[in-house]
Design a protein around this ligand. Structure first.
Ligand code: WTA
Length: 648
């Protein structure tokens, strides 16, 4: 097909050019993506085929025949040209203690860690778990895995020993990276101790490398635990990058699903890297020569993988590693940091913005924010009030606010307003337009595509893109079932969306049993499974409800076994402990209701829509409940909600 665009492509956000290039990306994907992969990435051997993808079969192969190394793309090529350029600015927990790491130093560190792994016998394809604080050594550990072709599996430091252990076992990791302790918001996090507990149930791990963060004394297991700095000091700063196939696995990252068990989402080398770096550049108008990019997400989440590490480093930019907390030591932390580090791009979650609104504008306005150009956010809908505050107070109406929509599974941003001289005015609450190559489709429950403006439906993507996850570790069948079976021929996001009169997209929320609370994605089944371990509990049901700061609050309905007599607050206390132990403290429900029964259909299915209405304090909108096995239960639950709700 004839191309409507000129190559080499100068991708542009100017509306007319964007429209032509967007059309080109859909019409001639081979030429479009092939050109970008050739020009943006360094290949050891160039690929023979751009794409071999089948949406019906959930099969995706990009840049086949290509040989590449991600760490070489993120480090060597920049260190060659610009060795002293700042790759990382480590913003430690205490303000003013930042450390800058240049590209050449990061390359040296990475090679040393890679050599440590090699000496330890780690080979291509082996899985390495990382449970570390946000720090340059964490980045070096990731890139060291990439350098030798090992697969990293990062677990956020807020997860419990049990969560960590189950992820290590699921990936059969042989090596773990951790630190003596982490520090966040002035508090110490006992990382090594948690690893020790997690490993009690894992036979697969033979080595634990421990980085020194606080210098605390921590117990060591003979023959297993090694100080990372000591091991690195024995190693050379040179380690040739392993030639890897485009489709070799780069990493896996666990995310909540609609079953109780988190899924290890798998991303591969070239396609992921291309997509992360392209979106980082264009969704944020990032100019690598001079900009300072601060994505304040923890590296343990996909946002940290793509926009703290792989995207900015592949583009040769300077990226901030934020170890602290938005209100530590005070609610001015972000903006004081913006002034001190001369940050140009700031990327966070709506929940953090809503938290900061509460503390008033003075915490923002007393700092100089004139370097800021782009304000981004991700993770849940950015409500109008938060959008306006971000735009008007933080951005002084001089920055572009980009509300970016994407998922762990998409690898990078999929729907986003792009900054630049654009015709369309900003639209609070709307991620607006698809990124190049992305074709959103809204489908009805009956699989009918909803055409035209002013429609809503299940948000799907019609075409393959290089950053799409390739499988779920150990369960390709689940991958197909979750993402490709609900709407054959499409990738299904699990979200609902609407397209307005101007063809802009707005996300209306998950249509499955997933919650987005405090910027974290959680499965209701995962929470229920954890709480059902309590011997005095017969059953639990978890639903989300609108929460002023967290986006969604988590409400747990609890039914005790018939012979149990215990005070509500005591059972709630033990359920909170259980969630903390089995998942993480951040997953603890924000409200509990101990109820005599649940609204169930005659076939025994919980009618969650009824629980959601009650949790949202909208019992007057319950509608018809006559099909329930016991309709009278609804009245009882509503009464308990009014009088006995326990908020945590
Ligand atoms: C939600 C985070 C509304 C959505 C990168 C999605 C959003 C889930 C937005 C993925 C947004 C993400 N507006 N909702 N801009 N961005 N979401 O895997 O429900 O942790 O499916 O990836 O967050 O969460 P995940």
């Amino acid at each position: 097909m004839e191309s409507s665009c000129k190559y080499p492509l100068q991708l542009s956000s100017v509306s007319e050019e964007y429209a032509a290039q967007y059309e080109e990306s859909l019409k001639n994907p081979e030429q479009f993506w092939g050109h970008l992969a050739r020009t943006r990435l360094r290949w050891i051997k160039e690929f023979d085929q751009v794409m071999d993808c089948d949406m019906n079969k959930g099969s995706f192969k990009w840049f086949q025949g290509g040989v590449i190394n991600v760490s070489e793309n993120c480090l060597d090529r920049h260190a060659e040209r610009n060795p002293d350029k700042a790759a990382l600015i480590w913003e430690k927990d205490e303000p003013g203690e930042q450390e800058v790491v240049s590209y050449s130093t990061l390359l040296d560190m990475t090679c040393q860690v890679a050599n440590v792994l090699k000496k330890d016998g780690v080979k291509k394809g082996d899985r390495v778990a990382i449970y570390m604080p946000v720090s340059p050594l964490l980045v070096a550990a990731m890139l060291a895995c990439a350098r030798i072709g090992a697969i990293h599996s990062i677990v956020f430091g807020g997860f419990s020993a049990e969560s960590l252990g189950s992820r290590i076992i699921d990936g059969s990791c042989s090596v773990v990276f951790t630190a003596d302790q982490g520090v966040r918001g002035g508090k110490v996090i006992p990382l090594k101790q948690t690893v020790d507990e997690a490993l009690k149930g894992c036979d697969c791990v033979r080595r634990v490398f421990v980085a020194r963060r606080t210098g605390a004394k921590v117990p060591f297991t003979e023959g297993r635990d090694v100080w990372l700095d000591e091991a690195m000091s024995q190693e050379s700063t040179v380690c040739p990058p392993e030639p890897l196939d485009s489709e070799d696995i780069l990493f896996m990252l666990y995310t909540s699903g609609s079953t109780g068990k988190p899924k290890g989402i798998v991303h591969t080398q070239a396609g992921y890297l291309l997509y992360a770096s392209m979106t980082q550049q264009y969704a944020f108008d990032f100019r690598s020569e001079s900009d300072v990019f601060a994505c304040v997400a923890d590296i343990g989440w996909i946002t940290g993988h793509s926009y703290v590490v792989y995207g900015p480093l592949c583009n040769g930019g300077t990226t901030v590693l934020f170890e602290s907390h938005p209100i530590y030591p005070n609610p001015g932390r972000y903006w004081e940091m913006v002034e001190r580090l001369k940050i140009t791009h700031f990327y966070t979650a709506p929940t953090a913005i809503r938290l900061l609104i509460k503390y008033g504008d003075d915490w923002v306005t007393k700092y100089n924010r004139s370097t800021l150009r782009i304000l981004g956010c991700v993770g849940e809908p950015l409500n109008r009030e938060a959008w306006l505050w971000y735009n008007n107070v933080v951005g002084r109406e001089k920055c572009t606010v980009v509300d970016t929509y994407w998922q762990t599974e998409t690898g990078g941003i999929t729907i986003t307003p792009r900054p630049g001289p654009d015709n369309s005015p900003p639209k609070p609450g709307f991620p607006t337009r698809p990124f190049w190559g992305m074709e959103p489709a809204l489908l009805s429950l009956e699989n009918e595509v909803q055409h035209g403006p002013d429609v809503s439906g299940h948000l799907c993507f019609k075409r393959p893109w290089p950053g799409i996850a390739r499988t779920i570790w150990g369960s390709h069948e689940a991958y197909l079932r979750i993402y490709f079976e609900p709407h054959p021929g499409y990738y299904f996001t699990g979200d609902g969306a609407l397209r307005d009169k101007e063809n802009d997209y707005r996300i209306t929320g998950r249509v499955d049993d997933m919650l987005n609370s405090k910027g974290h994605r959680l499965g209701t089944a995962e929470l229920e499974c954890a709480m059902n371990h309590e011997p005095q509990v017969a059953e639990t049901a978890v639903v989300g409800y609108p929460h002023e700061i967290f986006g969604e609050g988590i409400m747990a309905f609890v039914i005790l076994k018939s012979d149990v007599e215990i005070k509500d607050k005591d059972i709630v206390g033990s359920l909170k402990e259980l969630v903390k132990k089995k998942i993480a403290a951040f997953a603890i429900p924000t409200a509990f209701l101990v109820v005599p029964g649940l609204p169930k259909t005659r076939s025994g299915k919980i009618m969650r829509r009824v629980l959601r209405k009650i949790a949202a304090d909208k019992a007057s909108e319950l509608g018809d409940v006559s099909t329930l096995a016991d309709p009278s239960i609804v009245k009882q639950i509503v009464e308990i909600y009014k009088t006995k709700l326990i908020e945590t």
